[in-house]
Design a protein around this ligand. Structure first.
Ligand code: AMP
Ligand code: MG
Length: 397
């Protein structure tokens, strides 16, 4: 059995990263992975300007005129002001260009206006309330490297830098299927021995959230011919993700199906849940994952194995935060595999708490309704006591 980190590293090495790119408008770039380095096209700020509504002055002249100056002219947003006439103040608004000759803005709350003259505070300091050209970033400055997954914040920054479209890697085409003769789609009456199928949706929706173009391969029977028919379309996909049939009982069937058309490497990964898991490649572009069928195992292995692999395919660093939290209850076990417990993470006065949930069986979905993270129990650990510090992997909050 391969330890988790070793299995991850081996899979990441075997990934053939995407090369094809496409150009998309910023509006379409959310969640996409950059395929080019991006540099600013303009200085930001683009010109010296005012941080506040107030009066633009030259500090030395204000002092020379005993802090009383006539107001001459105005600088408003979106137009270029005339130069500041010596010995005067100019009305100015937030974001408006600082006129030539001015070096300071006095906020309007701090002045008294009388007969067209401003009385300035004697405490004014040269340079206050001015935003300087290029103090945020400069034209030509590198902003992003390839592989970066763009957030809404990144897109706002890119817009400010004058960039209207970006080159991103194309979306991965992913085929998702569930295998098992017992599986029925929700909405149908269950025949004896049948259960409702849930893994396909969990996988497809998480993959879509990561930007994948997902196709539904349906529910496939545990029959070689049915599995083979699924794989016949393999070359149209970058990834095939199936669940079920990876454990010893029926694993041979899946292995036969996959090894007819590709090279399968079984990673019996030393994790709980999720030990039976296979990964391999087919043809020039297709990667496949055979995840365990138990719903919780498929959720955990998706998070630990599939999602990071998709990042690598996009030339990105896989991100998996592991944070320290205090356990609100204890958990005991026999050491062996690295275990991931479904947990409810909460916050108490800035401290992260982790509650190991009841119902940890890998077939038990009930606890998922409270799950927003996993507690990681190291392979050689016998568990933890209430109040002890544990490592957690946060999911969405
Ligand atoms: P398997 O990995 O095929 O041996 O399945 C392990 C367990 O997970 C069995 O109890 C299956 O009935 C169940 N199972 C397999 N696939 C799914 C699925 N797509 N949705 C829900 N349960 C599943
Ligand atoms: Mg099965």
């Amino acid at each position: 059995m391969t330890p988790l980190e070793e299995a991850q590293a081996a899979i990441w090495r075997a990934i053939r990263p995407v090369q094809e790119r496409e150009t998309v408008a910023l509006e379409q770039a959310l969640g996409r992975f950059l395929a080019e380095p991006l540099a600013a096209r303009v200085d930001h700020p683009g010109f010296d300007n005012s941080m506040m509504d107030g009066y633009a002055v030259n500090a030395a002249e204000a002092r020379a005129h005993d802090f009383v100056l006539p107001v001459v002219g105005e600088s408003s947003c979106g137009s270029a002001p005339r130069a500041l006439a010596p010995g005067t103040a100019m009305r100015i608004y937030t974001g408006a260009p600082l006129p030539a000759g001015a070096d300071t803005v006095v906020i309007q709350e701090d002045v008294r206006l009388e007969d067209g003259r401003v009385h300035l505070p004697r405490t004014l300091a040269a340079g206050e309330n001015v935003r300087y050209r290029g103090e945020d970033y400069r034209a030509g400055e590198a902003l992003y490297a390839p592989g970066r997954r763009l957030t809404a914040l990144d897109i706002a920054l890119l817009a400010s830098a004058g960039i209207e479209a970006v080159s991103v890697y194309r979306r991965p085409r992913v085929l998702v299927a569930a295998t098992g003769n017992e599986l029925a789609p929700p909405g149908r009456a269950l025949a004896p021995g049948q259960i409702y199928e849930s893994n396909r949706l969990a996988l497809a929706l998480q993959l879509r959230a990561l930007g994948a173009d997902v196709e539904d391969g349906g529910i496939v029977r545990d029959e070689l011919a049915a599995l083979d028919a699924l794989l016949a379309r393999a070359e149209d996909y970058d990834f095939i993700v199936t669940s079920g049939g990876a454990s010893v009982g029926d694993y041979d069937l899946v292995r036969q199906a996959f090894s007819r058309r590709g090279t399968l490497t079984l990673w019996k990964v030393r994790i709980k849940p999720g030990k039976p898991l296979a990964f391999g490649r087919m043809g020039a572009r297709t990667h496949f994952f055979v995840l365990p069928g138990n719903p919780v195992s498929s959720v955990v292995t998706y998070k630990l194995i599939v999602e990071p692999a998709l990042h690598v395919w996009h030339h990105a660093q896989p991100v998996q935060w592991q944070l320290r939290a205090r356990a609100t209850a204890g958990f005991r076990r026999t050491p062996g595999r690295t275990e991931f417990l479904r947990a409810r993470l909460t916050e108490d006065a800035g401290r992260l708490l982790a509650e190991p949930l009841a119902g940890q069986g890998s077939h038990m979905l009930g606890a998922l309704r409270y799950t927003n993270g996993f507690i990681r129990v190291e392979a050689d650990s016998a568990g933890f006591a209430a109040g002890e510090e544990v490592l957690v992997l946060p999911l969405a909050f």
